[in-house]
Design a protein. Structure first.
Length: 270
């Protein structure tokens, strides 16, 4: 049996096991995929404990940037973003990749086909960097990062500089965003009524969270275009699945499993 898994802290909320297991079931693969709580600073030890049956790892916060110092090889996208959400294991080599960037592109274009000239991003962490680069690859050249602490956006600014040709500025989180599209990477608990009201004029909303769902921002979308966190999760997971298994990902089955799991969580919460 081949083994894969998702690492992070917190990790209990992750739907990655649901998606990947659904993919294995659809293709008849006798593979395992589990969630493992690994805190900041613990990735090296976890990797050292793996045997040859392990094929791939998905990484979530706070490990995406930590991973870059531990991989033997890094893809161009991982280098560009300064973060790896995917580790491919084999023959004693750990290869890092970033499927968040193309996953965000696919999620956006699935819901919205129009141009994006100016985007606002709430937050400045690794996911903010990935979505910024995804939008840049789709032609967006102007960005404002809305953050509580400008220093925490330094690595995202560095990623934008590596891409080149982008105009990126910093604004406080309580300044109402403007533009063609708003990306939110901040926790649902930070989405205060005042913040949500200030975001109402942006016509396209990309909410990267999927749990809890809907977030206050997602709930306020109304008839605006809404790119969901589950859209991003499914597309980046499908790209990981294909790297791990070397088989085409059953996207429909993976999405249906994720949607069913979210509905179940919503029902349990009511």
């Amino acid at each position: 049996m081949r083994h894969c898994g998702v690492l992070g802290d917190p990790i209990e909320h992750s739907l990655s096991p649901v998606l990947h297991r659904a993919g294995y079931a659809a293709l008849g693969l006798d593979w395992s995929y589990d969630a493992h709580r690994v805190s900041s600073g613990g990735l090296r030890e976890f990797l050292a404990g793996l045997d040859g049956s392990w094929r791939g790892l998905s990484l979530t916060m706070p490990l995406k940037r930590e991973a870059m110092a531990l991989v033997d090889e890094a893809s161009e996208l991982a280098e560009l973003g300064g973060a790896a959400n995917t580790l491919l294991l084999g023959e004693g080599v750990v290869r890092g990749d970033n499927t968040d960037i193309p996953g965000a592109e696919a999620a956006l274009r699935e819901r919205y086909a129009g141009p994006v000239g100016h985007a606002a991003i709430l937050g400045g962490g690794a996911t903010a960097a990935s979505t910024l680069l995804a939008l840049a690859r789709q032609g967006c050249r102007s960005f404002v990062l809305h953050v509580r602490d400008a220093a925490r956006a330094a690595e995202t600014l560095a990623a934008a500089e590596r891409f080149g040709g982008l105009e990126v500025s910093i604004a406080p989180l309580d300044v109402a965003p403007e533009g063609d599209l708003l990306v939110s990477t901040i926790p649902a608990t930070a989405q205060t009524p005042d913040l949500v009201a200030g975001c109402a004029r942006v016509p396209v909303l990309f909410e990267v969270l999927y749990d809890p769902w809907p977030t206050p921002l997602a709930a306020s979308a109304g008839d605006r275009v809404l790119v969901r966190g589950l859209d991003l999760l499914v597309h980046q997971a499908a790209l990981q699945f294909e790297q791990f298994t070397e088989l085409p990902a059953p996207l429909l089955e993976m999405r249906q499993a994720g949607e069913a799991a979210l509905r179940e969580r919503l029902d349990e919460g009511t």
